[in-house]
Design a protein around this ligand. Structure first.
Ligand code: CMX
Ligand code: CO
Length: 145
């Protein structure tokens, strides 16, 4: 069951400048940064709020680290902006299977590593009314890194 918005992914050309905009304009501080080589991104997670199930909601700022990155390709076509939304679930495997059974293309056979040790998969935007949609199961709080 999808229980919360885990994050909204925003593609940007310059992560440091975009982080500074979010800090100066809204007061949001960086909670976590990492490079995810597999996803081809350098990212900053800005924690916005906690939620009823113990999870949190974030803004995920994404800067491509390679020319081949899906985010680089998207930026070249669209410029900066909202790239995807991510729903949180305790069971990304079960929910991805249930959604695939409804005829929506799930992009990965098995969930991959996402921010802070989470497990993630994506639904094809063309099957989701134009919205690239991510499903996330967070790592347990003491295993987030
Ligand atoms: N939102 C909405 N539509 C999108 C999209 C997005 N983010 N990315 C691509 N599309 C659309 C394109 O506009 C295009 O539509 P048209 O044919 O009508 O022009 C179509 O999908 C195909 O786009 P493409 O540019 O040819 O891109 P690809 O098919 O090569 O890749 C996708 C699209 C979704 C398969 C790829 O972006 C992907 O695998 N995404 C999942 C991984 C990812 O995004 N990782 C970065 C974030 C990591 C994280 O969140 O941690
Ligand atoms: Co994401």
């Amino acid at each position: 069951m999808l229980t919360r918005i885990d994050h909204i992914g925003i593609a940007c050309f310059d992560l440091d400048r975009t982080v500074e905009f979010y800090r100066a304009t809204y007061g949001f501080e960086v909670f976590h940064t990492e490079v995810n080589e597999e996803q081809g991104v350098r990212e900053a997670m800005l924690r916005i709020n906690g939620t009823d199930d113990g999870g949190a909601s974030y803004i995920q700022l994404l800067e491509p680290v390679t020319e081949e990155s899906t985010v680089a390709k998207w930026l070249a076509k669209n410029g900066e902006g909202v790239h995807h939304i991510a729903f949180g679930t305790a069971d990304v495997d079960g929910d991805a299977q249930a959604i695939a059974d409804k005829g929506v293309r799930v992009l990965y056979d098995e969930p991959r590593r996402g921010s802070m040790g989470s497990r993630i998969t994506f639904l094809h935007p063309k099957d989701c009314h134009g919205v690239l949609t991510e499903l996330v199961t967070s790592a347990p709080a003491d295993e987030q890194h």
